[in-house]
Design a protein around this ligand. Sequence first.
Ligand SMILES: NC(=O)c1ccc[n+]([C@@H]2O[C@H](COP(=O)([O-])OP(=O)(O)OC[C@H]3O[C@@H](n4cnc5c(N)ncnc54)[C@H](O)[C@@H]3O)[C@@H](O)[C@H]2O)c1
Length: 302
Amino acid sequence: MRYVVTGAAGFIGSQLAETLQGAGHDVVGVDCFTDSYDPAEKEANAEALDDVLRLDLADEPLDLHGVDGVFHLAGQPGVRSFGGVFPLYLRRNVLATQQVLEACTRAGVRVVLASSSSVYGDAEAYPTPEEATPNPISPYGITKLACEHLLRAYGGDGVVLRYFTVYGPRQRPDMFLRRVCEALLGGNVIELYGSGAQSRSFTYVADAVEATIAAMERAPAGALYNVGGGSEATVLEAISMLEGVSGRPLDVRHVDAARGDVTRTRADVTRIRDAFGWEPRTALREGLAAMWSWAAARVAAA
Ligand SMILES: NC(=O)c1ccc[n+]([C@@H]2O[C@H](COP(=O)([O-])OP(=O)(O)OC[C@H]3O[C@@H](n4cnc5c(N)ncnc54)[C@H](O)[C@@H]3O)[C@@H](O)[C@H]2O)c1
């Protein structure tokens, strides 16, 4: 099959594109290497890809001639989206998605859209099923919900995946577990937003990639699935696991909780399990060990 992966130089997109390529598919990666974090890191992420198109989806057309499916992961992630950064969220999430949907609808091509657990906000139930009323509390979450609605409005062959806090090798430098790894490696103090009692359905990146490919291959048109880790852990529990894995203590300084950060996420994955048997397979400790090895090797090579 010939697939387009947008956001192919990013954390999840690069590993999705590599997995598809490794399985023998023809993959065209699309990315414009935004400065949301060091573009050099994105260049390194995309190094193993055969074909990368440098294109800004918000204003350059996407040619889907001969393409069997689009994985749309490009975007501006991160819940710290209040203030002057909001136009970037509008452009890289809403506008870019609208352009991708135009191209997919015109070409009659399936799109799998990367959405987020952020659309639930402080959810009405835990574990949270897909039927829960969306109630995003960050501008980011609102743009991701807008992308979902756009996909429905276009009415083509689309599938929505709501990822829950993905972690593992290549995690974005703004994400908490990555900051923990780097603080452990550098012996630095880390600022922890809030008490650390906030919890997440941490999802290992290879599991998220597997769900994403299964959705392209097997989900019915119009489906919406949570893609979330098997266990919920507090931030303090995750820190303590990383301290155990690394054999180093972390120096934590508590600061005020960040606006837009929810207190809890816990995915109900019944729907995706029933649809095609996907389940998160990587235990948190195992995933954190892989992430730590990657982070340590990266620092050693610098
Ligand atoms: N990482 C998570 O835990 C998580 C959780 C929920 C949802 N998501 C979603 O999954 C997707 C991937 O997230 P990630 O963590 O890998 O992020 P990332 O920032 O590492 O990757 C996104 C990539 O998209 C590219 N991009 C942005 N705007 C673009 C545009 N207009 N044209 C072309 N390329 C553009 C960026 O350069 C970047 O390489 C995002 O849509 C994000 O909202 C991620």
